[in-house]
Ligand binder design. Structure first.
Ligand code: SAM
Length: 345
């Protein structure tokens, strides 16, 4: 007998992604391609104390992994203080962050000291001119400096996330693997997803896991899958090994979704809890939090909601014949919670 909290598909509540801000200092074409955005009201943004309390209640219900994300998490003022507050929770045994790296060089040491254990840096291209065209930023050098600073600060098992898009960076797969190897990191190629915000998504721009493996196989020879054990079995990335032992991952959320083992959920910066990246609606946790609900009430809400979870968003998208962008821009403006940058990638 186990009292692990499970949803309708027996998936545990294990991993919580906390978006600490909906703001971002990049405008990646696959996430924030528009000129203007509707932001969450400032007064709705959870304070560090509110986030700390929510994490404690979630941890009481089984969450062991917490990942800070956004928007760009390093835009949240004084993030090391929040890291310190969460790291003190003895139930949280894995505290990580996903960042675009622009502001990492300055903050890496403080974050590490505060108790952040792992960092993933998004790096889609090694060519500054491509980043300028694709993410409207001339700060490629800052990202590289951030990666170097993270290593100096003692972050081991550094991961690099690369969203692979046909016609943009699909000719850089080997270069990114080589870069990661040279920087003691592991790259994870992500299939371009039709999440909210990806208003220019189309099927033909997706480079599938299969195609990536074919291209890399031609370059490197036989590529072996790395068999997942323990916690890794729930990880979204499938890992592979090149003949020389170098490993990399692929997150095939479009062609081979991992819904069946998905133990993740997301809390937005204003305290809305989403059980799936594709979910149409979230659960308002800010209202009970600010009304003065006690921990037991919050725990019951979380427990009952998770027990009723049926979401398999990415798998359901597989069945759509004329698959296009998930939301049009007017629908995103009507509710910014539908945006990937609000929900936290
Ligand atoms: N700003 C941080 C960053 O860039 O890593 C954290 C937030 S960002 C939304 C988190 C991750 O989501 C990034 O690795 C980004 O590449 C990924 N992402 C955003 N839009 C995506 C899309 N349409 N398909 C696949 N991955 C996407």
């Amino acid at each position: 007998m186990t009292d692990t909290l499970r949803d309708t598909l027996a998936r545990p509540l294990g991993s919580l992604r906390l978006s600490v801000t909906d703001r971002c200092n990049l405008r990646c074409r696959y996430c924030m391609p528009e000129d203007e955005y509707v932001w969450l009201p400032r007064t709705a943004i959870l304070t560090f104390e509110e986030i700390e309390r929510l994490v404690a209640v979630f941890a009481g219900q089984g969450v062991r992994k917490v990942r800070l994300t956004g928007g760009e998490p390093l835009l949240r003022h004084d993030l090391p203080t929040l890291v310190d507050m969460i790291a003190r929770n003895p139930r949280v045994d894995d505290l990580a962050m996903t960042t675009n790296g622009l502001l990492l060089a300055k903050q890496a040491a403080a974050l590490r000291q505060a108790g952040l254990e792992r960092v993933t840096v998004s790096l889609d291209t090694l060519r500054p001119e491509r980043m300028l065209a694709f993410a409207k930023s001339a700060r490629h050098g800052d990202v590289l400096a951030g990666i170097a600073a993270a290593r100096r600060a003692g972050f081991t098992s550094l991961k690099l996330n690369s969203v692979v898009i046909r016609g943009f960076n699909n000719d850089e797969l080997a270069d990114l693997i080589e870069f990661a190897r040279a920087h003691d990191a592991e790259v994870r190629f992500i299939e371009y997803m039709d999440v909210g915000g990806a208003t220019r998504w189309s099927r033909d721009q997706v480079v599938s896991q299969r195609e990536m493996l074919e291209v890399l196989g031609q370059r490197y020879g036989v590529i072996e899958p790395v068999h997942a054990i323990g916690d890794d079995e729930r990880a979204p990335a499938e890992r592979f090994r090149l003949p020389d032992g170098t490993t990399f991952g692929i997150i095939a959320s479009v062609t081979a979704p991992f819904c069946r083992t998905c133990d993740r959920s997301r809390v937005t910066a204003d305290g809305t809890w989403f059980l799936c990246l594709y979910a149409g609606r979230g659960v308002d946790l800010r209202e009970p939090l600010r009304r003065g609900a006690d921990d037991a009430e919050l725990a019951t809400l979380i427990r009952e909601t998770w027990q009723g979870r049926t979401d398999r968003g990415a798998e359901e998208r597989l069945g759509i014949a004329d698959r296009g962008a998930l939301y049009r821009i007017d629908s995103l403006r009507a509710d910014p919670h539908r945006e990937m940058h609000t929900r936290g990638g």
